[in-house]
Each structure stands twice: as structure tokens, then as C-alpha cells.
Design a protein around this ligand. Structure first.
Ligand code: ANZ
Ligand code: ZN
Length: 905
């Protein structure tokens, strides 16, 4: 029989149309079917037996798998394809295993690129966004993803964002939202506030312009209220990657420390006419107090501000500091600079010691008390500062190797408690601060203690002297949500001269974005709009103006997963959320390890506090997939070249358009800037979606980077065609009714059932690449047995099992071949194949043969082989013979099922 080539184009279109028309993956009812026939537990191991469905908690039979929803930029990229394919495998697998699977898709549709498009191309951000959504939806459908499209949402839809405005009003009432003046990172080109994360090396992430600091009135959400809970609960997120939990832990940054009150010496204070006599500092290292050599306050500290009024030089210095940006990264990198105020403070433990007070650019007003004591020997910023201003560098922690480090500054000027011998002569000066653990030295009553002990002891002493107190602090700062942009959710506030900031009454929601906006001026179009912001005050009726800021777009992504549970409901989040949340498996990029995931965790807590039916933790399982990478190419002039423009001939690379030689660069994450992208559309057009899926799934484990190669795609394509020929070839061989009893039939049947067992485990553990390898093994064995007679049953069983096992990976292919084999139901509607345990037991096992404890051979033997047979088998091995040649056999030790060790001398 002549077998037709696999026509992926027709096949894929056909099944995509079918899925679309039948809404194949839409959950049919909101109420859940509680009929549980057979299902598996979370990792797919078959438990068997019917369970009384009605007694189970509903959530138990529900499974929510979600991929991070995309920003509708216009086209999907390979990263999307990988992300969504991973989720699709899980969704299809769980469905087959008897779960009701929620697998929705939507659009994270607010954001800057839409506004940039408006500025550059004159299209309205909404028009641009919805057009992109259309295109990208079709592209996603061309991958064969099993989404419940009936729940699709776009966050720029007033029907979505109106709920956020309600949340914000709730947060206000609950004390979880507030307004304050704050230093912000200001991007002078994009005319907007930037989050710290949007400042890269002191520049705006999009504009590239140097970021300035400005003071603005901003809305904040009180994420800090939940700092302890957000930290503690990380422990319970057992299905999250360890590294993500660690990143969040660092971000929350809990630390034990102290606040210390320093008294300003009256003489110094009078000479500069300061009005305050105390400076309070915050420290996490009270153990290093004896290593103090200066005190530094923020340029925005009240004392600095006050002194600046009478000191133009200081005022100029403060202004200079404002160009630095507020991000930690910027501060870390910048040169540490200070201004000596002339003030002096007394050391709390040693009244003889006096230290100068500087205004320093690396001290933030928003953190701690806006003032620090400087300990150059054990803090790198302080070290750089002290080196620049020739301040003493005084080691007080002996480093781990027991080496005493010598200060680089004028340590001798300090009080005489450090003997010259200790810091003198042969010890090289410090090159950088030592921040590790060790024993305290040069520290009077703290000497000999460890850092941890020293902290406690120093704090106790401060408390006793009434000079300070213990603190618990978090690095986590409240979430500033105001953005001066048009394409976002309007913040529902009205400012009235008499009443202040008045929340928009609920009945007036949503506050919709005006459509008729212009982008011809820099700044926020909402603020420029002639009429939109002018409204009467809801309280007193006088003329008032709307808030023209919109929410940070992380607002939208902080709760969309809850909306999906009942996406069309009038209420923002309904009781259906209880049936689905937390998301069982969330899949997305590691770049969201901190912000998006932390904001979402906060948001659930905040919503819960406001009475919404959501759990505190939104995501039970988290999988962070690796990048899709590709080789990079450059021409002679060093310009990046697109892979399409490169011809490979063996090892030789030439540019297609010019014929010039091309240099091969490292493989890197696909990016437009390096031109090493491959367009998923082109791949799907040439090879089909199943090929792209197969290659992505088989190349590497999901959490690792994936190396995209043409050869790899081609290999996947060829394998699919081979599989097509193999499986379709079996169509002409009607299945036997009973299993054959021959040895080869048993071997194949065993392989089939072991494959079921293996793949079930692998998919349950995200080892998709291993699962694909097993599929290949089985199909190889089938091919090798095609000519063996008496295998009709075993081959048919292998064939049908294989089709059902590959369905999560190659859904179009599986459905088509299944139909060709004469089945009427779809593969997607079938339960997952069940392995016969009796056939999974391998009855030949591999046994290691050692001579004098060294591995010399392996033998295959029946599982229940007798000891004598094993000994004989072992001794018969050629390599064993060689190693015992000329020696006497003293003993043979047999560990049944594992090892035979021949002892010879
Ligand atoms: C003295 C000291 C000695 C410090 C030492 C460190 C090492 P984390 O751990 O990140 O919370 N600091 C305090 N407030 C600051 C502010 N507003 N701006 C800039 N730096 C500030 O950082 C706490 C440490 O950062 C504090 O402990 C303080 O320096 C500094 F060997 O105090 B430390
Ligand atoms: Zn009013």
C-alpha cells in the first residue's frame, strides 16, 4: 500500500478548525461535574479504583494550569511558543487523567509600546492593541493550544479595569492605599516615573535617558504591611523553584538591626546653626560600632536641608545628588561623594570619640532613618567613601583566616585603644571592606564575640544606655502605582480644593479612558485633554479635577488569574475562584521571579482582607522555563546578521545577500537587537506546529535554555514523517483479538507498558524531553519488529498506545492518525492509557560483575536467576577471564539482583 506523505498543513488546519468550532477545550459548565471515574494524583501515578466524587472537595478534581499571559506586541516569538507549549502539554495530560482543566488565555494589554506606536505612527493605542490581539490570537491558534477561549480577556477592556478601580476604593477603605510625596525616578524623555527596576545603569529602560530624581505625589499600596507574611509563607511554596523563593526572600530583605541616637556636639552644632541636637541612624551591623569613623546623612535629611538654606555649596551638592536616580544599582555604581557639614557627633560607647557628619550621596532618605554610621572596614560603600575623604578605616572583625587586616586610613588618630602592634607593620592595608563573619576585635567589651553575638550584645548595651533600640526591618518598600501615562487604568480619584482627594463614588465607575486623545505633546495625554479631567467634586459639587495618573501595569497582571475563574461575571471575582485557585501550575519566565509574582501574592492578601474569595497564595506550583537561544552571526564590519541571511556549508558561513564570509558568535537568547531570532510563523509555515512543539519539548528540560537549530527542527520534522509512515502502515494490518504469546510479542508489549509508565512519570515531573526519548525508543522497537510474524496484537497495542501518549506533544498529528485508523472519538477525549503492572516488571535485569571490587563487566540475567548460574555467567565473561588469569579464585560474593564480585589473588 502506498502511504501518502504527512500533509501537516491540511491536518493542522483541519483540527484547529474542529477545536474552534466545537469549543473543544471550553469548560462546559461553571458548576463542576463531580463524577470521578478514574483519576490519577498530582503526578500522574495511577491510583486506580473509583472514588466517591461527591465527597471530595471540589478543588480536588480541578486543575488550573496557566501560562503568563502575553503583552500584545503584535507577533508571538519563540519564547511564547515554548511557554505555551509547556502549559499545553500539562493541560492535555491532566485532562486525559480525569481532571477538569482550566487553561485560559488573555492579554496583558496596557503598557508603553501602544503609546509609542501612537506617537510614532499616529494610531490610537486601543486600535493598535486590539489589532495586535487579533493577529496574535490567530498565531496562538496555529500552535494548536488547548485553551478555553471563552474566557479570553484583555486588561485594557473597561469591563476588566473597572474592577481594579473598585479594588482601589476597597484598598483605600482598608488602609491599604495611600498618597504621599515621594522621591521618584523621573525619565525626562518618556516623561514618566520609573520603577527602580526600570532604571538600568542609571538610565530609563526604554528611553535610555539619564534618570533624574523628583518629588511627586504618588499613590502607594501597602505591600510592606504583609512583609513578614510574604516572607514566612515562602516556606510553604514547595512547588516553586528554590531560586525564586530565594530571590523573593532577598527582595523582602528582613534584617535585625538597631536605631542609634547620636548626640551632636553642641559647639559644632552652634557653629553651623543646626536646629536639631540628635541624629538617629539605622544599622544592621551594631556589632561594628567601634569601627565607626564618620556619620552620613541623606541629602534629603531634614538637617541637610536645613543646613543647605544657609550654605550654597551644600545646596549645590544636594542638587548634584539628585541626578543619581534612586535605584540601588545606580547608587552602588556611582562614585561615593560627600559634603562635610562641620557637625560632630559623640560615639555612644566611648564619649572620648568624636566623628564628623557628612551629607552623602549614597544615603537614601526613604530607607531606615536617612542616616548611617560609617564603618569603612566592613562596608564597601563606607570604604570607598573613607578612602576618598581620608577617613580612618578601622577593622573590628577579624576575618575567617584569622588574618588581622590593617586599616588604610589614619587609624592612629583614633582613641588609643588599638595597639600599634595589632594594626601595624607587616599586615597589608585593606583593599576592600571585609563583610564576612569573624571574631570581633578592637571593640572593648565586644572583643571575642561573633558577629551575631556582637549584634545582640551591642543592642543590649545601647538599650541600657538609652542610646538606641532593636529593630526588625524589611528592604521591601511600598508599591508606588502611579504612572503618568495614558494607556493604563485611570486611578479613580478626584481632587477638590475644599475636600482634598475624593474617591470616585462606586456608582460612577468605571472611569473610562477618553478616546479622543492626542500624542503630539510630551507628557501625559490625560493631563492635556481639554475636558476629561474637569468634573464636579462628588462631595461638595464644586469644580474639581480628576487624577490623571494611571496604574502601573503590574496592577492588571496581579489578579487576572482570579478573573479567569469566572471571566464574564458581573462581580470582579466570584465564588468560582474557590474552585480553581490557587493556580496548580503556573509557567513563565524567570524575569518575573520577583515583581509580578510578589505583587500577585500581595494582591491576593489585600483582596482577601477586603473580603474577596481568594486564597493568600495565588500560585501553588511554579515552573520557570529557560530561554530560547540561537547562534549569533556578524559580518566583516561587525553588524549582526539574521540567520536567514546566512548560508551554512559544512563549517563555512557566508552571507546570502553578499557572499561575504560570516563570523559565528556565541549562542544567546533570541533578541531583536542581535538579530538572532527565528520567526515562529515561518517555522509553522514550513514545518507545521507539531514539529515546532516536538523540537522544543525534546531538546532540553523545560527549565533549561533551549538551543534552537535548523538541524534540530529538521530532525523533528523527519521523525514525525517516519512516525506517520510507521503508524499508518499498520492500518493495513488488522489487529488480532488476543495477545500473542511469543517472546517478541512479550518484549514489545513490555516495552509498550513500560513506556506508558515512564511517560506518565516524566510528564508529571516536567521531564518532557525524557518522555520524547521514550516515544522514540518505542517506535524504534516497533519498526524493528515490523517483519516479525505473529505480532498483530502487540503492534496494534503499541501503535494505539503511542498515539495516545504523543497527543499532548503532537495534538494535530495524533488526532489525524487516530482517525485514519478508523476511530470515531478524538484522542483528546480519551482517558490516559493505563500500564499493566505485570508487564512493567522487567524480568531480565542487568548485573554488575566486579573483580576485586572493580567493575569489569555487566551481564543480563533472569531476575530470579540462581546463585550458581550467576557465578558461572560472571566467570564466563571475557574481560573477567582476563582479570583473573593466573590468579586463584578465593571467593565469589553475590548480591542478588545487583552485583557479582569475584575475589582473586
Ligand atoms: C553601619 C554598618 C557597618 C552598616 C557595617 C553595614 C556594615 P541592609 O542590610 O541592606 O538593610 N544604611 C542604613 N540606612 C541607609 C540609607 N538610608 N541609605 C543607605 N544606606 C543605609 O543595609 C543596612 C545597612 O545599610 C545599614 O547598616 C547602614 O550601614 C546602611 F560594617 O550601618 B550599616
Ligand atoms: Zn469638594
Amino acid at each position: 500500500m502506498e502511504i501518502e506523505r504527512y500533509n501537516f498543513r491540511e491536518t493542522e488546519q483541519k483540527w484547529q478548525r474542529f477545536w474552534d468550532e466545537t469549543q473543544a477545550f471550553a469548560l462546559k459548565s461553571k458548576g463542576l461535574s463531580v463524577v470521578v471515574e478514574e483519576r490519577s494524583d498530582d503526578h500522574g501515578e495511577s491510583r486506580g479504583g473509583a472514588v466517591a466524587g461527591a465527597e471530595r472537595p471540589l478543588k480536588k478534581n480541578n486543575y488550573y494550569v496557566l501560562e503568563m499571559f502575553p503583552y500584545p506586541s503584535g507577533n508571538i516569538h519563540m519564547g511564547h511558543v515554548r511557554n505555551y507549549t509547556l502549559g499545553d502539554v500539562v493541560a492535555r495530560f491532566k485532562r486525559a487523567n480525569g481532571f477538569q482543566v482550566l487553561h485560559p488565555m488573555g492579554w496583558d494589554a496596557f503598557g508603553l509600546p501602544a503609546e509609542n506606536a501612537a506617537i510614532e505612527r499616529g494610531v490610537h493605542p486601543g486600535v493598535w492593541t486590539y489589532k495586535n490581539i487579533e493577529t496574535m490570537r490567530a498565531q496562538l491558534k496555529s500552535i494548536g493550544l488547548s485553551y478555553d477561549w471563552s474566557r479570553e480577556l484583555a486588561t485594557c477592556d473597561p469591563d476588566y479595569y473597572k474592577h481594579e478601580q473598585k479594588f482601589f476604593l476597597d484598598f483605600l477603605k482598608a488602609g491599604l492605599a495611600y498618597r504621599k510625596e515621594a522621591q521618584v525616578n523621573w525619565d525626562p524623555v518618556d516623561n514618566t516615573v520609573l520603577a527602580n527596576e526600570q532604571v538600568i545603569e542609571g538610565r530609563g529602560w526604554r528611553s535610555g535617558a539619564p534618570v533624574e530624581r523628583r518629588k511627586l505625589s504618588q499613590w502607594f499600596l501597602k505591600i510592606s504591611d504583609f512583609a513578614e507574611d510574604l516572607l514566612e509563607s515562602l516556606k510553604g511554596l514547595e512547588e516553586w523553584p528554590e531560586k525564586v523563593r530565594l530571590m523573593q526572600e532577598r527582595w523582602i530583605g528582613k534584617s535585625i538591626g538597631a536605631r542609634i541616637k547620636y548626640t551632636i556636639l553642641p559647639e559644632s552644632w552652634r557653629s553651623v546653626a543646626a536646629t536639631s541636637s540628635i541624629i538617629e541612624v539605622f544599622t544592621t551591623r551594631p556589632d561594628t560600632l567601634f569601627g565607626m569613623s564618620f556619620l552620613a546623612i541623606s541629602p534629603h535629611h531634614p538637617i541637610a536641608q536645613q543646613l543647605a538654606t544657609g550654605n550654597p555649596k551644600l545646596a549645590a551638592f544636594i542638587k548634584e545628588c539628585d541626578t543619581l536616580g534612586t535605584s540601588e544599582e545606580a547608587i552602588e555604581k556611582a562614585e561615593k561623594k560627600g559634603f562635610d557639614t562641620g557637625l560632630k557627633v559623640r560615639h555612644p560607647f566611648d564619649p572620648v570619640r568624636e566623628h564628623p557628619v557628612y551629607v552623602a550621596n549614597f544615603v537614601l532618605m526613604e530607607y531606615g532613618t536617612g542616616a548611617v554610621f560609617g564603618c569603612p572596614a566592613h562596608d564597601q560603600r563606607d570604604f570607598e567613601f573613607a578612602t576618598k575623604y581620608k577617613l580612618p578605616i578601622l577593622p573590628v572583625v577579624e576575618n575567617a583566616e584569622g588574618v588581622r587586616v590593617r586599616g588604610g586610613g589614619k587609624a592612629d588618630d583614633l582613641a588609643g585603644e588599638i595597639s600599634r602592634s595589632e594594626i601595624g607593620g607587616s599586615v597589608p592595608p585593606m583593599k576592600e571592606a571585609y563583610t564576612g563573619d569573624g571574631q570581633l576585635i578592637n571593640s572593648q567589651f565586644l572583643n571575642g564575640l561573633s558577629v551575631e553575638e556582637g549584634k545582640e550584645r551591642a543592642i543590649a548595651e545601647l538599650v541600657k544606655l538609652k542610646a538606641g533600640e532593636k529593630t526588625i526591618t524589611y528592604r521591601l518598600r511600598d508599591w508606588g502605582v502611579s504612572r503618568q501615562r495614558y494607556w493604563g487604568c485611570p486611578i479613580p480619584i478626584i481632587y477638590c480644593e475644599s475636600c482634598g482627594a475624593v474617591p470616585v463614588p462606586e456608582k460612577d465607575l468605571p472611569v473610562k479612558l477618553p478616546e479622543d486623545v492626542t500624542f503630539d505633546k510630551p507628557g501625559n495625554p490625560l493631563a492635556h485633554h481639554p475636558t476629561w479631567k474637569h468634573v464636579p467634586c462628588p462631595t461638595c459639587g464644586k469644580a474639581a479635577t480628576r487624577e490623571t495618573d494611571t496604574f502601573d501595569t503590574f496592577f492588571e497582571s496581579s489578579w487576572y488569574f482570579a478573573r479567569f475563574c469566572d471571566a464574564k461575571a458581573k462581580e470582579p471575582i466570584t465564588a468560582a475562584a474557590k474552585d480553581w485557585l490557587p493556580v496548580d501550575q503556573y509557567i513563565g519566565g524567570i524575569e518575573h521571579a520577583v515583581l509580578h509574582l510578589l505583587y500577585s501574592r500581595f494582591f491576593m492578601r489585600a483582596l482577601k482582607k477586603c473580603g474577596y474569595p481568594v486564597p493568600a497564595e495565588p500560585f501553588k506550583g511554579l515552573m520557570t522555563q529557560g530561554m530560547v537561544c540561537h547562534e549569533t552571526y556578524k559580518d566583516k564590519a561587525g553588524n549582526w546578521l539574521h540567520p536567514d541571511d546566512v548560508v551554512k556549508d559544512g563549517g563555512k558561513l557566508t552571507q546570502k545577500s553578499s557572499g561575504e564570509p560570516v563570523t559565528l558568535g556565541r549562542s544567546e537568547k533570541m533578541s531583536k537587537s542581535k538579530k538572532n531570532t527565528v520567526d515562529p510563523r515561518a517555522i509553522i509555515e514550513t514545518y507545521g506546529a507539531d514539529t515546532a512543539r516536538l523540537f522544543m519539548l525534546s531538546d532540553s528540560p523545560p527549565e533549561r535554555d533551549l538551543e534552537w537549530t535548523e538541524a534540530g527542527v529538521d530532525g523533528a520534522w523527519r521523525y514525525i514523517n517516519r512516525l506517520w509512515r510507521l503508524l499508518l502502515g499498520l492500518k493495513g494490518r488488522p489487529p488480532a483479538q488476543v495477545a500473542e504469546a511469543s517472546d517478541s510479542a512479550l518484549v514489545l508489549r513490555r516495552k509498550t507498558h513500560q513506556t506508558i509508565e515512564g511517560i506518565t512519570y516524566d510528564i508529571g515531573h516536567f521531564h518532557f524531553n525524557k518522555a520524547v526519548a521514550r516515544i522514540r525508543e518505542l517506535s524504534n522497537m516497533m519498526e524493528s519488529l515490523l517483519a516479525t510474524p505473529g505480532l498483530d496484537y502487540a503492534l496494534r497495542e503499541a501503535c494505539e498506545t503511542l498515539i495516545r501518549l504523543i497527543e499532548p506533544f503532537l495534538p494535530h498529528f495524533a488526532e489525524e492518525i487516530w482517525q485514519q485508523l478508523g476511530h470515531r472519538e478524538t484522542v483528546a477525549s480519551l482517558p490516559w492509557p493505563k500500564a499493566d503492572p505485570a508487564l512493567c516488571i522487567e524480568d531480565e535485569i542487568t548485573i554488575a560483575v566486579q573483580v576485586n571490587g572493580k567493575l569489569r563487566a555487566t551481564v543480563n540475567a533472569p531476575r530470579d536467576a540462581r546463585q550458581e548460574d550467576l557465578e558461572a555467567l560472571a566467570l564466563a565473561q571475557k574481560n573477567v577471564q582476563e582479570f583473573i588469569a593466573g590468579k586463584a579464585i578465593r571467593k565469589i560474593i553475590v548480591v542478588p539482583g545487583k552485583i557479582v564480585n569475584v575475589v582473586a589473588a
